[in-house]
Design a protein around this ligand. Structure first.
Ligand code: SAH
Length: 212
């Protein structure tokens, strides 16, 4: 099957799985996932599966990217913070929907590779930082939208919640343990925080500090 055909098949599968927002589908149609997948796995780039990107990390499953992006309700004026750049794929999908994306990664090599890809693909509204994402990106806060793409345990990281604008939405996998994660959506209203548990999910762990 050609790359174009396997991409169309994936987009149809995403729709059946509940990714119905046309802007999200268009963003996922536009961003070449094969450019974010290491060469040995490139023929699987349009299958609905997570794939290894080195350093024990993975590019997320397209279904998870689609559903989490849709649940974030990103609009064209939104400044978006992503924690866990990884391959950079999710950041680029967000960059097609929002005004600007700030993405934080604890592995320097992954951050640098992702930055290269954004430059090659001429996606100029993404800023990458090597840091502990649990601290957020205070100089650029507040953010209308925040997405964490690694699984947290316990409470949502307080610095991230602090950096969420009033009217803002944050999406993150969260659980009592790393094997029992659920996608959680937090909205900041004028009255405080509202929290919804959306669906179970699997993710690599959110870990503190940068990798030395
Ligand atoms: N969004 C990525 C997938 C992320 S995998 C993509 O589209 O490819 C999760 C990533 O989160 C990994 O790269 C991991 O190194 C990173 N990560 C985990 N804990 C982190 C932290 N505290 N700060 C920043 N990045 C973190």
């Amino acid at each position: 099957m050609t790359r174009a055909a396997s991409k169309i098949r994936l987009l149809m599968l995403l729709r059946r799985q509940g990714v119905t927002d046309v802007e999200v589908l268009r963003a996922m149609e536009t961003v070449p996932r094969d450019a974010f997948v290491p060469a040995p796995f490139r023929d699987q780039a349009y299958e609905d599966t997570a794939l290894p990107i080195g350093h024990g990390q993975t590019i997320s499953q397209p279904q998870v990217v689609g559903l989490m992006t849709q649940a974030l309700e990103v609009g064209p004026k939104d400044k978006v913070l992503e924690i866990g750049t990884g391959s950079g794929y999710q950041a680029m999908v967000l960059a097609k929907l929002g005004r600007r994306v700030y993405t934080v990664e604890r592995h320097r090599a992954l951050a640098r590779e992702a930055e290269q890809k954004f430059a090659t693909l001429r996606q100029h509204n993404i800023s990458v930082r090597v840091a502990d994402g649990l601290r957020g990106w205070p100089e650029a806060a507040p953010f209308e939208r925040i997405m964490v793409t690694a699984g947290g345990v316990g409470q949502p990281p307080p610095d991230l919640v602090d950096q969420l604008a009033v009217g803002g939405i944050m999406i993150m996998p969260l659980g009592p343990g790393h094997r029992e994660l659920k996608v959680v959506r937090i909205r900041r209203t004028v009255d405080g925080l509202e929290r919804e548990e959306l669906w179970p999910v699997r993710f690599v762990p959110l870990l503190p500090d940068i990798v030395p």
